[in-house]
Design a protein around this ligand. Structure first.
Ligand SMILES: [Fe+2]
Length: 307
């Protein structure tokens, strides 16, 4: 039996915060029928990040469950210690670092990941929580003038945090979710480098403001892990942040569903910023953007990336 939204009666869905996040008790993710899988998808669209305690998926079950959402991808800039499943990544804090800056995964790519399915394999005794932020809430609560400005902007993202600054993409600052039609504020402190239509100082001020705004605790949920818990997050409308406050080991396993192209609500009415006049000491602030635009003009990059 299911309720009117198609959620099985024997599942219990517990919201964890006002903006996003729900814990789901009841389903066995390794043995979901099609109706159960459709219910998971529906819950994900409603809550943006879902937690399923006590799953303890095998590597095979984890990969198979992830594939139901779409083709899986390997991480472009991480080496995979797992050999039998190239799509399943194991990330250990002691040899991979901790993602303690707010980010949406892989936004330096033209088609950033759609979603990830993560299982916590080893939890530290205390700390190591993860926070997620709703980019719908962050957009919805901007003032109307600020929404209007952001709706018309695009932003340059790059993989500088992975020591690969040449990996770049331009995305709309406000993207429209392809399934819900809702608008999400799509800039993050980790990968977003520059607002394309603004000069460098304007960009620094506004981008700094927007990336701090996203992290407002009102837009977030914070989750304390237990081993065997599976989380799924919609990477198109969220950011996340790992608290680097733990001692000892923290190990996750993750599969990532391949990306789609972020679409803007409307085409930007403005051209990319190009500095007038001669080069000067401050030209360096425009170098990364100029490099991207030059490459795009010469056909090295997808010309449609601005959205
Ligand atoms: Fe991440």
């Amino acid at each position: 039996m299911t309720d009117s939204a198609g959620i099985p009666d024997d599942w219990r869905v517990e919201r964890l915060a006002g903006a996003l996040g729900a814990e789901v008790h009841g389903p066995d993710l390794a043995a979901l029928d099609d109706a159960g899988f459709a219910a998971v998808r529906r819950l994900l669209l409603d809550h943006l990040v879902l937690f399923f305690p006590g799953q303890n998926l095998s590597v095979d079950d984890h990969v198979e469950f992830g594939r139901r959402f779409g083709p899986l991808e390997a991480h472009p800039n991480l080496k995979n210690p797992f050999t039998q499943h190239p799509e399943l990544f194991e990330l250990a804090a002691t040899h991979g670092g901790v993602a303690d800056e707010w980010h949406t995964d892989l936004t330096f790519r033209e088609d950033p990941a759609v979603l990830s399915v993560l299982q916590l394999k080893k939890a530290p005794p205390v700390g190591g929580d993860t926070q997620w932020a709703s980019l719908y809430a962050a957009y919805d609560e901007l003032s109307e003038p600020m929404k209007a400005l952001c709706d018309g902007l695009t932003a340059l993202h790059d993989a500088l945090p992975h020591n690969r600054p040449e990996q770049m993409a331009i995305h709309p600052v406000v993207r429209v979710h392809p399934e819900t039609g809702r608008r999400a504020l799509y800039v993050n402190e980790h990968f977003t480098r520059r607002l394309v239509e603004l000069n460098a100082t304007e960009s620094e001020a506004l981008l700094g403001y927007l990336t701090r705004w996203v992290a407002n605790p009102r837009f977030t949920v914070r989750y304390r892990w237990q081993e065997g818990t599976v989380a799924i997050w919609d990477n198109r409308c969220t950011q996340h942040f790992v608290l680097n406050d733990f001692e000892g080991e923290r190990i996750i396993q993750r599969v990532t569903v391949m990306g789609d192209h972020p679409e803007a609500a409307s085409r930007s009415p403005w051209q990319p910023w190009v500095r007038p006049g001669r080069r000067s000491a401050t030209s360096r602030h425009d170098r990364q953007l100029a490099l991207f635009l030059r490459d795009r003009a010469s056909g090295d990059r997808d010309a449609g990336s601005g959205g």
